[in-house]
Design a protein around this ligand. Structure first.
Ligand SMILES: CC(C)(COP(=O)(O)OP(=O)(O)OC[C@H]1O[C@@H](n2cnc3c(N)ncnc32)[C@H](O)[C@@H]1OP(=O)(O)O)[C@@H](O)C(=O)NCCC(=O)NCCS
Length: 144
């Protein structure tokens, strides 16, 4: 099941982030996003009452910026990331978003493959965006 993220999910989202990235955006950051930030647009993917994926955007009028996107490593490569992104892109389309941007590590070929599948294209490179690694800024134009 895919649903909007709620405050009660924060602990589990942060735990998942640490499992995937070894660090987290932080529970206080997530709390602020979910309670105080009118632009935030976060979803979780739940299976058997456990959160196994999440995705977050900030939506500013017709533009959206991806904040994070991940699937529990135990459930990756099963099509769940594709399912979650498909759902959210439809939600963004409903909100009349016409441009979506995100950053991805140069080495993260799998995520790049997934984004390319959805029509994201390289906009520019941010040198050393991730400490010692370049980031690719990808954009997707949504036809509304
Ligand atoms: C990126 C991520 C969310 C994708 O979720 P997922 O559930 O694994 O994705 P899916 O199973 O829907 O699709 C994965 C696709 O990548 C392909 N793939 C797997 N490893 C790959 C690799 N090393 N290089 C290129 N493609 C790869 C799979 O074959 C699959 O292709 P298909 O859709 O044609 O079958 C997930 O892998 C993840 O959480 N990664 C770590 C966090 C991360 O990098 N987030 C993105 C930050 S910008």
């Amino acid at each position: 099941m895919i649903r909007r993220a709620e405050v009660k999910d924060i602990f589990y989202i942060a735990k998942l982030e640490k499992k995937v990235f070894k660090n987290s955006l932080g529970e206080s950051f997530l709390l602020q996003e979910l309670t105080d930030n009118p632009y935030s647009f976060y979803f979780v993917l739940e299976q058997n009452k456990s959160i196994i994926g999440y995705i977050g955007f900030r939506v500013y009028d017709e533009q959206a910026e991806m904040m994070n996107f991940l699937i529990d490593p135990d459930f990756q490569n099963e099509g769940l990331g594709t399912k979650l992104l498909t759902f959210c892109l439809a939600e963004l389309e409903n909100k009349k978003v016409n441009l979506i941007t995100l950053e991805v590590r140069k080495s993260n070929k799998k995520a790049q493959y997934v984004y390319e599948k959805f029509g994201f294209k390289l906009s520019h490179v941010r040198k050393k965006y991730y400490e010692n690694e370049d980031g690719y800024v990808l954009v997707k134009e949504v036809k509304v």
